[in-house]
Write a protein that binds this ligand. Structure first.
Ligand SMILES: C[S@@+](CC[C@H](N)C(=O)[O-])C[C@H]1O[C@@H](n2cnc3c(N)ncnc32)[C@H](O)[C@@H]1O
Length: 450
């Protein structure tokens, strides 16, 4: 058989693909269900699965991971294929396979080897295309194909059902919901923040490793990677602390702080220190950033990161209990980057759309208001207070700041230009994913009377 494969070879590779398709369907459906049942983050659930099942090679891991996240990203539509989405799905039933095939149709899943297997199995029940499915350019086209292939009622897939219904009652009156949705579906770029040297030199050095960074035209230190690979964390530019991974919208929060050399800042909810590092870097290793956090293990990560970045002006301290862990009225600036629903980062963690309880905004906004009011005591007279979240919801943002302004007459909003658009704001700033292909965040800048 010149140029062709012998039948036995063909049968063998078909057998391998069928086995891979079967394993992939089982793993994705089982781990998906585990996330919905436990509410635990999808990335941690899958990482734990791979730790316990070491037989999976890198190709299988990549395939399973891409498919699993695609199902979360498009679950608002894919669940319509099922007779009862609340019931566990048999991974190998026609509807179970249709969910996976639909995810491949909608998303960029490297599933070339197994799609023909699923297509053959599904042909009996569905009107699938003969050739490999083509990805559509718009949400409307995607919805149309899905309805046609899986015999759904035409127009039953509305863009708004890609996000949970409760979010629509919690957004401010913004004009561009269609754009918000269009930006919620594609995979976002990975944003880096250059530090301790020129961004241009960093770009050149990353290019030498085969990356294709794109610089932001609005935020000086920011650069985006659309081709990020795991080895990013091994390149000397990372191990030498020449960049941190930090979304562009998160960098905007640091810019609104506008920390200056020799100042004293308190980063009250520092986590693993993304913004502490940015503030410390803005202050060019002078002054002090006191980073506090309720979860002490996160401070260990921050210490490691500050060593790598050679930033010596960060002090870490756990914040346990109600009393503030710093001296009152002692800081030029206090940043409260509060715990939140994280609805602004649903592009990156699509599972959270379906695991966040509808009453979470009400619950967490009480905690946010409480942390903000306590942390405000750290601001010196004449100093500034910055409040931020990565939530899209009014109840966690404007409402929390308004509550603080009503309770603490010494604070007023400080009019501030929007760091991305330059537009004047009253001090409350929204960054939407469509502003710069980034997360959605809220940030407010307040001033304490002298
Ligand atoms: C949005 S994250 C902070 C992210 C961090 N600023 C960064 O840039 O990487 C909010 C942090 O608040 C912490 N937190 C949660 N509840 C808290 C509480 N009651 N008091 C203080 N911090 C809390 C969480 O552990 C979490 O690390």
């Amino acid at each position: 058989m010149p140029g062709g494969r012998r039948p036995s070879q063909h049968t063998e590779s078909r057998k391998r693909a069928a086995s891979r398709a079967r394993t992939c369907a089982t793993v994705v459906h089982q781990q998906f269900r585990l996330v919905l049942e436990t509410g635990k983050p999808a990335d941690r659930i899958l990482a734990a699965f791979f730790r316990q099942n070491r037989k999976f090679g890198s190709t299988d891991r990549r395939l399973i991971s891409a498919l699993y996240f695609a199902v979360f990203r498009w679950w608002g539509w894919l669940q319509q294929i099922l007779p009862d989405p609340t019931r566990p799905i048999d991974p190998h039933s026609p509807t179970g396979l249709a969910v996976l095939y639909g995810a491949c149709l909608l998303d960029d899943v490297p599933a070339k080897s197994i799609l023909p297997i699923w297509r053959d199995e599904l042909k009996q029940g569905y009107d699938l295309p003969k050739d490999a499915p083509q990805r559509a350019d718009s949400l409307a086209q995607s919805a149309k194909s899905l309805c046609r292939f899986f015999r759904l009622v035409p127009d039953s897939l509305q863009p708004r059902s890609l996000l949970p219904e409760w979010i629509w009652h919690n957004l401010p009156a913004i004009s561009n919901l269609a754009r918000l949705l269009a930006f919620c579906q594609p995979r976002p770029p990975l944003w880096l923040r250059a530090q301790g040297g020129s961004r241009e030199a960093l770009v050149t050095d990353l290019q030498a490793h085969g990356f294709k960074p794109q610089i932001s035209d609005t935020v000086d230190a920011a650069l985006a990677l659309r081709d990020a690979r795991p080895n990013l964390y091994e390149v000397p530019e990372f191990t030498d602390g020449r960049f941190e991974v930090q979304d562009l919208a998160s960098q905007v929060i640091g810019l609104v702080c506008a920390a200056e050399r020799k100042q004293r800042w308190w980063d009250a909810c520092a986590g693993a220190g993304g913004k502490s590092l940015q503030l410390a870097s803005m202050m060019a290793n002078t002054g002090t950033v006191v980073a506090t956090e309720i979860r002490e293990y996160k401070l260990l990560a921050l210490k490691k990161r500050s060593r790598r970045s050679r930033l010596h002006n960060i002090r870490t301290r756990p914040w346990k209990g109600r009393a503030i862990p710093v001296q009152a009225a002692n800081f030029d600036g206090v940043l409260v980057d509060a715990p939140c629903t994280c609805s602004g980062i649903w592009r990156r963690s699509p599972d959270a759309r379906w695991t966040t309880p509808p009453d979470e905004v009400a619950r967490i906004s009480e905690l946010q208001a409480d942390i903000l009011q306590r942390a405000a005591a750290g601001v010196r007279p004449g100093g500034c207070l910055v409040y931020s979240t990565c939530s899209l919801c009014t109840g966690e943002n404007e409402a929390v700041v308004t509550q603080l302004l009503e309770a603490e007459s010494a604070f007023t909003l400080e009019p501030t230009p929007h760091p991305l658009t330059g537009e004047a704001t009253d001090g409350m700033i929204r960054v939407w994913p469509y502003d710069a292909d980034c997360d959605g965040v809220f940030v407010a800048r307040l001033r304490r009377a002298p």
